[in-house]
Each structure stands twice: as C-alpha cells, then as structure tokens.
Design a protein. Structure first.
Length: 81
C-alpha cells in the first residue's frame, strides 16, 4: 500500500507541476503577444537567446540605444502583465 500511496502522491505532484507550467506558459504567451513585433523580437533575441544588443539593433533596424530602450520597455511590459 505504501508504494501505491507514493505513486499517487508523485502523480499528483507531477499534475500540479504541469498545471503550474501550463499556467505560467499561457501568461508568458499572452504577455509576449501584447508586445509589438520589434519588442518581441528584441526581447527574445537579447534576453532569451543572449544575442548581443548591437546585433539585435542591426536586426530590428534601430540604433543600439533605441534598441536598449525597446528591450527595457518590453521587459517592463511583460513584468506588468
């Protein structure tokens, strides 16, 4: 019986973990969807993929300082959601 209880508890914990992961994922997708295309690209490239800011600037076609402002603003908007 003890093994069955442990398996049941482990399965319940996995289900809770999956539910949490699904909820977090959905909120993140909603937050990213609310960004403009340039904000989304800049944020994901820089913060998630580690692309240097000057490279991101070249990709989005903005000066580096403007790109930094876009990334900072995108971070702020994602946190606020």
């Amino acid at each position: 019986m003890r093994d069955e209880e442990q398996l049941t508890r482990a399965a319940a914990a996995r289900a809770r973990d999956q539910d949490l992961a699904d909820a977090v994922g959905a909120r993140l997708l909603d937050a990213l969807a609310a960004l403009s295309a340039d904000e989304r690209v800049a944020l994901v490239l820089h913060d998630t993929l580690g692309v240097a800011l000057d490279e991101v600037a070249a990709i989005v076609g903005l000066p580096v300082e403007a790109t930094r402002a876009v990334v900072d603003g995108a971070r702020r908007r994602v946190r606020e959601r």
